[in-house]
Design a protein. Structure first.
Length: 215
């Protein structure tokens, strides 16, 4: 799958315009995009990063990492996904960067999602749904999610997000109403964000292959 990821990441360069500040996500597919971005770094103004991991990779390639508060709205955001349905709705957060990813997606005019073919599904939920929670609310949120959805929350023990929070992974879901579930989980006190990108889905999905498929 690494070749499919590389092809998807490099195809996303087609959406770069001179002088852009580019929103950059997190993960193994995005790493290929960052490497390709490094080769054209003189064409862009800089990047807004969704994680410390991506920030380090961008800076190592000589790309300036900027603060979203200073840049304002972004023209483009490129990120991967753990699952993607036919409506370009996503599950994200396998890398525990979902909150910053969701913020950058919201701030961006165009959200390009890059995936390998295995990430495409008919119904979201095969991949456990990540939920970022305030640490003191972990058990409360887990009980509420179990009661509301029947899904099984599992604490991602040993993982702390870049925001200092914890992750619950919700197993056993079949998400037929992603927008509704996203809204419901967001209402639970102690939830920082949920890894459903349904209210604000991707605008373009690039599926790695030879040639890459653009949806």
């Amino acid at each position: 799958m690494s070749e499919a990821k590389r092809l998807a990441g490099e195809k996303a360069i087609d959406y770069i315009e001179d002088g852009m500040v580019v929103g950059v996500g997190t993960g193994s597919t995005v790493a290929y995009f960052i490497d390709a971005l490094g080769r054209i770094r003189d064409r862009i103004q800089g990047a807004v990063s969704s994680s410390e991991q991506s920030t380090q990779r961008l800076r190592a390639l000589g790309i300036e990492v900027m603060d979203l508060n200073a840049t304002g709205p972004l023209p483009l955001y490129v990120d991967g996904a753990d699952e993607c349905d036919a409506h370009k709705r996503l599950i994200k957060g396998g890398g525990a960067a979902l909150t910053r990813e969701k913020i950058i997606a919201e701030a961006s005019r165009t959200f390009v999602c890059i995936v390998d073919p295995a990430k495409r599904v008919d119904v979201l939920g095969r991949f456990p749904l990540p939920v970022e929670v305030i640490p003191m609310a972990r058990s409360l949120v887990a009980r509420e999610i179990l009661a509301q959805t029947g899904g099984q929350p599992v604490w991602r023990d040993g993982v702390t997000t870049d925001n200092g929070n914890w992750i619950l992974d919700i197993h056993g879901l079949r998400i037929v109403d992603p927008v509704g579930l996203e809204s419901a989980i967001n209402q639970i006190p102690g939830v920082v964000s949920v890894g459903l990108f349904a209210r604000r889905p991707a605008d373009v999905v690039i599926v790695g292959g030879e040639p890459p498929l653009v949806l």
